[in-house]
Design a protein around this ligand. Structure first.
Ligand code: KG4
Ligand code: ZN
Length: 416
């Protein structure tokens, strides 16, 4: 089965084309034909966070060129003929689509109307699009685009939950080159998925399901800021560009290399709360006070900033690890404790956090599935893969099976 994945939930415009064979329950394999991610981070950095109207405009502009690139050299089934037996097929279809969706996004539709390469119906069996959670204006661009292609090419469309994408993306066994067949990790269940991104901090219980590949239950989440959001806000206070997570982490690493110690002790929020709730807004406020105080006393220099970045990363890592350890002790309804850990979301690129999770799971004697570098941030490969698994599991009806199943989460929170 060939699947086109579309992801526009935040500030990455992403498309992926994958081929799969086998069934989720039996010898599933996939190969990545192409996976493209166009990041808008630089544009948004001027605003210090994702600016929804800009994200919408950029997605609308980027989707057609990305699709053209991804379909270049890809075989097509047949052409929509301008003068076929049933009239001007291509133009008629375009007019229908235009009538339906013009109001939703005229810019996007205009670029679709101008894209003559859409006339070739590619040999794609399924289109998968992120339906949420995410920034609504950004999500809608992808959804309208996906619906347009599905109608134009008469191809089935499935909606995919972005967070389920992160879970399933992390199951890709290894970083194989484009075109190489690869398997998914053998997932021992029940499992815990730890989703750490710019919009979410969630501990999710993952169990077997009769109607879909996996069932999800949120067992812990943040009361305020997401962990990536906290990284970005702290980084901003340290004068680092958006998205600040990787920059802050680099600075913390330099501090460790140079033996620069923490100038202040930051809190490890809620580690003694006895539940699986997180709260990162207080940590950001503590960084704000530390920076202000240093500024007032004339100590806000590079050494101070590096030491504070190090302390911030330590505080976040310890906090996440403490909650993870609690989650790994929790029995599911059948009385089993977690047999594996899946880590997903942009923050899972963080070296300290990865290393700590590897250490902890080793202590617990269970495997940890961390996303490979190219799949830790937002991408469409994970969306296509989630669609493939939903489609090839027991439940064959894509629309029913692609329901978020407890993973439905609040919208992506962003910098104020
Ligand atoms: O999953 P993602 O790409 O987008 C959302 O769905 O939010 O996550 C983006 C988040 C940003 O907050 C970014 O700063 C953070 O992931 N991030 C990191 C690192 N790389 C990305 N945070 C800490 N350390 C990193 N190395
Ligand atoms: Zn994400």
């Amino acid at each position: 089965m060939i699947i086109l994945g579309i992801e526009t939930s935040c500030d990455e415009t992403a498309l992926a084309l994958i081929e799969t064979r086998g069934d989720f329950n039996d010898s599933f394999e996939c190969r990545v034909i192409q996976s493209l991610v166009h990041s808008q981070a630089e544009l948004h950095s001027a605003y210090g966070g994702v600016y929804p109207a800009l994200a919408k405009r950029e997605h609308s502009k980027n989707l057609i060129p990305l699709l053209e690139k991804i379909l270049k050299d890809f075989p097509h089934k047949r052409q929509l003929t301008p003068n076929s037996d049933n009239g001007e097929e291509f133009n008629t279809k375009l007019r229908e689509v235009q009538k339906k969706y013009t109001e939703a996004n005229p810019d996007l539709l205009q670029s679709v109307l101008n894209a003559k390469f859409l006339n070739d119906i590619p040999a794609i069996d399924l289109i998968a699009v992120t339906e949420g959670p995410g920034l609504e204006p950004a999500l809608w661009v992808g959804i309208v685009f996906a619906k347009t292609l599905a109608e134009l090419w008469n191809t089935p469309l499935v909606p995919i939950n972005h967070m389920e994408g992160h879970v399933i993306g992390s199951l890709l066994a290894d970083d194989r080159p484009l075109g190489a067949w690869q398997k998914l990790h053998d997932l021992s269940l029940p499992s815990i998925a730890f989703l750490i991104s710019g919009g979410h901090t969630e501990l999710v219980g993952v169990t077997k399901s009769d109607t879909a590949p996996l069932a999800y239950k949120i067992i812990g989440e943040t009361k305020d800021d997401a962990v990536g959001e906290a990284f970005d806000k702290a980084a901003r206070l340290l004068g680092l560009p958006y998205p600040g997570g990787p920059h802050l982490s680099k600075l913390a690493h330099e501090a460790r290399e140079k033996n620069i110690s923490a100038p202040v002790k930051l809190p490890r929020p809620m580690i003694h709360s006895g539940d699986l709730l997180f709260s990162f807004s207080g940590l950001k406020t503590a960084v704000l006070y530390a920076v202000k105080k240093a500024e007032e006393s004339g100590n806000l220099n590079d050494t101070f900033k590096a030491g504070l970045a190090r302390e911030f990363e330590d505080a976040v890592t310890e906090t996440l690890d403490s909650k993870l350890r609690q989650a790994l002790e929790i029995k599911d309804e059948a009385g089993s404790i977690p047999q594996s850990l899946i880590v997903g979301g942009g923050v899972s690129a963080n070296h300290m956090i990865r290393a700590q999770f590897e250490k902890t799971t080793k202590e617990y004697g269970i495997p940890v599935f961390l996303p490979s570098r190219h799949i830790s941030g937002d991408n469409a490969l994970m969306i296509a893969l989630a669609a493939a698994l939903n489609h090839t599991s027991n439940n064959k009806t894509p629309h029913a099976s692609a329901k978020p199943r407890e993973l439905k989460a609040h919208g992506t929170k962003r910098l104020e």
